[in-house]
Design a protein around this ligand. Structure first.
Ligand SMILES: *[C@@H]1O[C@H](CO)[C@@H](O)[C@H](O)[C@H]1NC(C)=O
Ligand SMILES: *[C@@H]1O[C@H](CO)[C@@H](O)[C@H](O)[C@H]1NC(C)=O
Ligand SMILES: *[C@@H]1O[C@H](CO)[C@@H](O)[C@H](O)[C@H]1NC(C)=O
Ligand SMILES: *[C@@H]1O[C@H](CO)[C@@H](O)[C@H](O)[C@H]1NC(C)=O
Length: 408
């Protein structure tokens, strides 16, 4: 059993919870609010499926990236292919129109790309298309209008060059964080859709780099690495969920972004994972209280890459990947289908520039660690003088994190 599971929901849930929880005014009555429940629903269903597929692996993904890319693709889909795609993405077409969905994504992308000076977040799409492959004008215009998509005519006869072109683009857009994402291309590929997301944020109250200690960290029962860990004894918004045996801690970033760390007790990861739903997270967010905590966070970065076609099929999106796919809104060329969808993401926990070493958890998952630690006892006491409960949160290797924004 791997006990280093990391769940990262980047930006995806974000608008969702802040709206549900705080009734954030600017988004009321907007298309942004309309796509939020669908996006949240998709994020959790996708996560549960990914957890099944990627047992014993670290999980890091950005549901928003995936929804965005597939929503873009839906611009060119028709008939059953379209309806499967939209319901797979969490949208009920009797409740939300296609136009509303695309308008919602347009607002969302715009909002996320303009978060202000404190947060560097860029998210976007690009289409690499075969030079002789003619895309319909409407598809191109909509892809640009709603999804800010760049389009690059690409010579796919030279697969090596084409691969290089795509990888350089991704590398540039993610500021060098994602390198060589596309490993191979099918010889008959005519279009590659790329979604990238880059997030760099700074803790509101930075961890003191002196408060770190070198120690053993168990990535899984057999794999041990020597790392160090940053810790902070301070007041945090947190909540202990008795039913799920996990501690939930919110750490604010500068700007309107915060990360929600979910720390299940030993052996309780599965329980927490299975229970994760929008209403559970919403309850947590409602229940956060300021408590004094000694919070330990390993410094690391994690990249993950998955072929997500299989997961989509489990979510009911099947036709898209078959010869019956109707993508006639993309091009008049018959027999278009999606052969492969790979996502790649890099986590944004580290904000300072420190020396980092790559560590491979398995062949596909590269964890770049600079400092981590091991700590194993759960300690807690009530401090009478300060009238607060002090909890020491051990990092046992199970960590789930959500990103929530904006913070109020
Ligand atoms: C809210 O949406 C409805 C229907 O789309 C519209 O008629 C109304 O003017 C909107 N209200 C505000 C305050 O934007
Ligand atoms: C739409 O899909 C159904 C079922 O797959 C099929 O019978 C029908 O012919 C399709 N319609 C068009 C216009 O392709
Ligand atoms: C879609 O929404 C309608 C109306 O709200 C509802 O009756 C139907 O059951 C929903 N479909 C799905 C698949 O949830
Ligand atoms: C972010 O927070 C600042 C200050 O708290 C506020 O002025 C700004 O409007 C917020 N931006 C968003 C997008 O919520």
């Amino acid at each position: 059993m791997s006990n280093f599971n990391l769940w990262l929901l980047l930006a995806g849930l974000i608008t969702v919870f802040s709206c549900i929880v705080t009734g954030y005014k600017p988004y009321k009555n907007s298309s942004l609010l309309k796509i939020a429940p669908g996006n949240a629903d998709f994020a959790f269903r996708f996560y549960h499926q990914l957890a099944v597929e990627a047992t014993n692996k670290n999980i890091i993904f950005s549901p928003l990236s995936i929804s965005t890319a597939f929503a873009l693709l839906s611009l060119g889909a028709k008939n059953t292919t379209l309806s499967q795609l939209l319901s797979g993405l969490g949208f009920n077409q009797t409740e939300i129109s296609e136009q509303e969905i695309h308008a919602g994504f347009r607002h969302l992308l715009h909002m996320l790309n303009h978060l202000g000076a404190d947060i560097e977040l860029s998210i976007g799409n690009a289409l690499f298309t075969h030079e002789q492959f003619k895309l319909l004008k409407k598809f191109l215009a909509d892809a640009k209008h709603f999804y800010q998509s760049d389009v690059f005519p690409t010579n796919f006869k030279n697969l090596v060059e084409a691969k290089k072109k795509i990888n350089s683009y991704i590398e540039e857009k993610t500021h060098g964080k994602l390198v060589d994402v596309v490993k191979g291309l099918d010889p008959d590929v005519i279009m590659v859709l790329v979604n990238y997301i880059f997030l760099k944020a700074y803790w509101e109250n930075p961890f003191n780099s002196e408060n770190t200690q070198e120690d053993d960290f168990f990535v899984d029962e057999e794999t041990k690495v020597t790392v160090s860990m940053m810790n902070k004894d301070s007041n945090f918004k947190s909540y202990y969920d008795k039913d799920l045996s996990c501690e939930v801690v919110q750490l604010p970033y500068k700007g309107n972004l915060s990360a929600l760390f979910i720390l299940p007790e030993q052996g309780k990861l599965k329980l927490v994972e299975d229970a994760l739903r929008a209403d559970v997270v919403s309850k947590w967010l409602h229940s956060l209280e300021i408590r004094r905590l000694a919070f330990y966070l390993p410094r690391f970065s994690l990249t993950g890459s998955y072929d997500i076609g299989e997961i989509f099929k489990k979510l009911g999106v099947t036709q898209l990947f078959t010869d019956h796919a109707d993508l006639s809104g993309i091009s008049q060329k018959p027999n278009l289908k999606v052969s492969k969808f790979v996502i790649s993401v890099e986590n944004p926990f580290n904000s300072e520039n420190t020396q980092e070493d790559d560590f491979f958890v398995d062949e596909e998952t590269k964890v770049t660690i600079s400092m981590m630690n091991k700590d194993s006892n759960f300690k807690s006491y009530y401090d009478k003088d300060l009238s607060c409960e002090v909890v020491q949160l051990p990092y046992k290797g199970n960590l789930l994190a959500l990103f929530i924004l904006p913070e109020h």
